[in-house]
Design a protein around this ligand. Structure first.
Ligand code: SAH
Length: 212
């Protein structure tokens, strides 16, 4: 599926009008083609600002929400980032443009292998993907400068708080899966954690254990 320059212009315009204003984030979202990450009957909607089904009952997030979360994470080129919830791989690909290295983990083997094939095809050599329960993080690679969850937990998982470096930032949706959730930003300080609510969002739930 190829899209016109006009469709891509409109996509960037929609992102800006919804508050994605960070030029590094917009450049990454211009460069990474969302159409690579959406397959099947929804492929022709890749440049619309909406979440879309990706298989295993999961969704690729709404692009403006991807942009706002990425912006809130304040990633620099020196950062080691952990993403929990690889899904299609789109968010990890955006992060790969901004970070030194991105570790991404999902509980579905099939989603991780499909995403990995796209990372390879796009030559995104700084993305490393894992199959596993991301609520335990990736202790072998900790600590992380930035952690992003793209599935909603009731509270920030303690192992992830423990794997955040002092001075590090974590962005995640919190709340019940069937309700409107809050996107929050957690900053780890020398003495503890500071919490800030950013906006209301809706994500699929963070689920324990491995998928099929
Ligand atoms: N970031 C993705 C969208 C993610 S949808 C993208 O850009 O396309 C949320 C993902 O979180 C789903 O793929 C789901 O399988 C995954 N997930 C849910 N609970 C998880 C857990 N405990 N560990 C790892 N992944 C989890």
């Amino acid at each position: 599926m190829t899209f016109s320059a006009e469709a891509k212009m409109q996509f960037l315009f929609a992102l800006r009008s919804r508050g994605v204003t960070d030029s590094r984030v917009l450049t990454a979202m211009e460069k990474i083609d969302r159409a690579q990450f959406v397959r099947g009957i929804f492929a022709d909607r890749a440049y619309e600002d909406m979440p879309l089904p990706i298989g295993a009952g999961q969704t690729i997030s709404q692009p403006s929400v991807v942009g706002l979360m990425t912006q809130a994470l304040q990633v620099s080129g020196r950062d080691k980032v952990l993403e929990v919830g690889t899904g299609s791989g789109y968010q990890a690909a955006i992060l790969s443009q901004l970070a030194r290295r991105v570790y991404t983990i999902d509980r579905y083997r099939k989603l991780v292998s499909d995403a990995k094939a796209i990372f390879d095809a796009l030559d995104l050599a700084n993305v490393i993907s894992f199959v596993g329960d991301g609520s335990f993080g990736v202790p072998e690679q900790a600590p992380f400068d930035r952690i992003l969850l793209t599935a909603a937990a009731e509270d920030p998982p303690p192992p992830l708080l423990a794997q955040l470096r002092v001075g590090g930032i974590m962005v995640l949706p919190v709340g019940q899966s069937d309700a409107v959730q809050s996107l929050i930003r957690v900053v780890r300080t020398e003495s503890g954690f500071e919490y800030e609510e950013l906006r209301k969002v809706r994500f699929v739930p963070l689920v324990e254990g491995l998928g099929d």
